[in-house]
Design a protein around this ligand. Structure first.
Ligand code: FMN
Length: 206
C-alpha cells in the first residue's frame, strides 16, 4: 500500500507539515509506504484551459504536475493538506490540483482513497476542505472521514501540535484511510472495479 501526501503550504516545516507528519507516522506504523510532495513553495502556474492535455495526455507546462501523475497512478490513496487562505485552500495548491486532475484524465483514479486536511488560525476550514474534496468526488475516489471534520487549529509554525483534538482527528483519519485502502484492495481482488460505461458529455446547450 502506498499513500501520496501533498503539502500545499508554502512552509515545508509549518503547521500543515506537522499535521501531515502525524499522519505519516500512523501510516508507517500500519505498514503503508508514504511519498511526501512539497507543493505550496513551488512556482506553479494555474491551468490556462488550452486543453492540449486532452490530446497529449500531459500538461503543456512540463513541471511538478507531470512528474506527479505516475505517483498518482501507483498510489492507493491521496492526502491533500493545506493552510486556509481566505476560507479556501492555498492558491498554489489549487493551481497544482486543477492541472494535475485535469491533465491526468486517462489515469484511472477510481477507488483510490482521498482525504483532505486543513489548518487555520481560526475560521474558513470547512469551505477549504469542501473545495479540496471536490477533486476526489469527481474522480470516482471514495473520501475517508474521521471523528470530526479534518480541521486543525494553529497559527505559528508547530502550534497545531497543541490542538489535541485536531491531531487525534487526523490520526483517526489516517487509520480509517488504511482500513478503507485495505478493504478496497480485497474488494478489487474479489469483484474487480465497477463496470465503466462509455462517457456521455452533455453541455446544456441546444
Ligand atoms: C494569506 C493568508 C490568508 C489566511 N487566511 C486565513 C483564514 O481565512 N482563516 C484562518 O483562520 N487563518 C488564515 N490564515 C492563517 C493560516 O491559515 C495559518 O497560519 C496556518 O496555520 C498556516 O499553515 P502553514 O504553517 O502550514 O503554512 C491565513 C494566512 C495567510 C498567510
Amino acid at each position: 500500500m502506498k499513500v501520496l501526501l501533498i503539502n500545499g503550504s508554502p512552509h515545508a516545516s509549518g503547521n500543515t507539515a506537522t499535521v501531515l507528519d502525524e499522519m505519516k507516522r500512523v501510516f508507517e506504523e500500519e505498514g503503508v509506504e508514504v511519498v511526501l510532495l512539497q507543493v505550496g513553495n513551488q512556482a506553479l502556474r494555474g491551468c490556462v484551459g488550452c486543453r492540449s492535455c486532452l490530446k497529449t495526455g500531459k500538461c503543456a507546462f512540463d513541471d511538478l504536475v507531470n512528474e506527479t501523475v505516475p505517483l498518482l497512478a501507483e498510489c492507493d490513496g491521496v492526502v491533500v493538506g493545506s493552510p486556509v487562505y481566505y476560507a479556501a485552500p492555498n492558491g498554489t495548491l489549487v493551481s497544482f490540483l486543477d492541472r494535475l486532475f485535469y491533465s491526468s484524465g486517462t489515469t484511472d483514479k477510481r477507488m483510490k482513497v482521498g482525504a483532505s486536511v486543513v489548518v487555520a488560525r481560526r475560521g474558513g476550514l470547512s469551505s477549504a476542505m469542501d473545495q479540496l474534496n471536490k477533486y476526489f468526488s469527481i474522480s470516482g475516489m471514495p473520501i475517508a472521514s474521521s471523528q470530526y471534520w479534518n480541521d486543525v487549529h494553529g497559527m505559528r509554525p508547530g502550534e497545531v501540535a497543541e490542538d489535541g483534538e485536531g491531531m487525534q482527528t487526523v490520526r483517526t483519519l489516517a487509520r480509517n484511510m488504511v482500513f478503507l485502502m485495505k478493504s478496497i484492495a480485497l474488494g478489487k481482488e474479489a469483484y474487480g472495479l465497477p463496470e465503466k460505461e462509455t462517457r456521455v458529455w452533455t453541455n446544456f446547450v441546444r
